[in-house]
Design a protein around this ligand. Structure first.
Ligand code: ATP
Ligand code: MG
Length: 270
C-alpha cells in the first residue's frame, strides 16, 4: 500500500441516495458495486475533484481517462481513504465506505498505485506475500499464491529472483499479482501501462482482461493509453479539471470529440 502523508477525512454518514447522481452524470443500470456520489477532494487550495459521481458494477471493466492533473489518481485514492475528501461519499455494495485503508482492502478492494512500486530488494514470492500480510490462514495464502503463479507463469518461473532483476513489464505483472493476493472483488489500477513498450502494453491489457474473465474480478482502471484501454473496457469516464465531462461506452467516447477537447484543454470552456 502506498505510503502517503495525505489524511483521510471523516465522511458524513448518510444513507445511500437512489440511483441518480447529483452531478448530472448518467447513472448505470442496475446496482453499483462501487459508487462515488458528489465527491469533492481539496488539497489545500487545489480542487482535485469537484462533485464527482461515478459507479462501477460487478463484473465490469471501467476506465477513468483524462489529461495530467485531471484528478484520476485522486479518484482511486479517495476510494482507498487516502485523499482529503471534503464532501460526498463512497459506497461499497450500497453501504457507506468510511474505513481505514487496510480495512477497505479486507472489504474486497485492492489498489495497485501508479508507478508499480514493487519491493526491489525482495523476491517475487516475498513481494506477493506482501499482498495479504493480514491473512493468517496459511492454506488460503498458499492457494492464492498458486493461483497467481498459474495466472502469471513468468512470476512462477522467477519466483525466487529479486524483483530488481525483472523488466518493467514483469514488475507490472508482479504489481498486479500482489494486488490479486488480497483476493479482491474490485481491483483499482492506476496507469498500469505507464512507461512500458507497445508490445508489453498489449500484454498488460490482455492480462487485465484475463483477470476480469477468469477470476471475475471487477476492474476500475486509470489509463493514459486511450486506444488500448478503450479496447478492453465496458464503460469509461472522462475527467477534466476534477469534473466528469463524459460517461459512456467506448463507442460513445470514440464518437465524440471529448478526448481531443480535454487533451487540448478546451473541455472546461464548454
Ligand atoms: N498530495 C497532493 N498535494 C497537493 N496537490 C495534489 C496532491 N495530489 C494531487 N494534487 C493535485 O490534485 C490534482 C489532481 O491530481 P491527480 O494526481 O489526481 O491527477 P491525475 O489525473 O492522476 O494526473 P496524472 O495523469 O499526472 O497522474 C492536480 O492538480 C495535482 O497537482
Ligand atoms: Mg495520476
Amino acid at each position: 500500500m502506498e505510503a502517503s502523508g495525505e489524511t483521510t477525512t471523516e465522511r458524513s454518514t448518510r444513507s445511500r441516495p437512489g440511483s441518480s447522481s447529483g452531478n448530472g452524470a448518467p447513472t448505470t443500470n442496475g446496482l453499483a458495486l462501487l459508487e462515488l456520489v458528489d465527491l469533492s477532494v481539496h488539497y489545500g487550495a487545489v480542487v482535485a475533484l469537484d462533485e464527482v459521481s461515478l459507479a462501477v458494477r460487478k463484473g465490469e471493466i471501467v476506465a477513468v481517462m483524462g489529461p495530467n492533473g485531471a484528478g484520476k489518481s485522486t479518484v482511486l485514492k479517495a476510494i482507498m481513504g487516502l485523499a482529503p475528501v471534503v464532501v460526498g461519499n463512497v459506497y461499497w455494495r450500497q453501504e457507506l465506505l468510511a474505513a481505514a485503508t487496510h480495512e477497505i482492502v479486507k472489504e474486497g478492494i485492492a489498489f495497485v498505485p501508479q508507478g508499480r512500486r514493487v519491493f526491489t530488494h525482495l523476491t517475487i514470492e516475498e513481494n506477493l506475500e506482501m499482498g495479504c500480510l493480514y491473512l493468517n490462514d496459511k492454506a488460503e495464502r498458499a492457494r492464492r499464491m498458486s493461483s497467481i503463479m498459474e495466472l502469471f507463469p513468468i512470476l512462477n518461473q522467477k519466483r525466487r529472483d529479486l524483483a530488481s532483476q525483472m523488466s518493467g513489464g514483469q514488475q507490472q505483472m508482479l504489481a498486479l499479482g500482489r494486488g490479486l493476493m488480497a483476493d479482491p472483488e474490485v481491483l483499482l489500477l492506476d496507469e498500469p501501462t505507464l512507461g512500458l513498450s507497445p508490445k508489453v502494453v498489449k500484454e498488460v491489457f490482455r492480462k487485465v482482461s484475463e483477470i476480469n474473465e477468469r477470476l471475475s474480478t471487477t476492474i476500475f482502471v486509470v489509463e493514459h493509453n486511450i486506444k488500448g484501454v478503450l479496447d478492453i473496457v465496458d464503460r469509461a469516464y472522462v475527467l477534466d479539471m476534477g469534473r466528469v465531462v463524459h460517461d459512456g461506452t467506448p463507442h460513445s467516447v470514440r464518437e465524440t470529440d471529448i478526448l481531443t477537447q480535454v487533451f487540448l484543454g478546451k473541455a472546461s470552456e464548454r
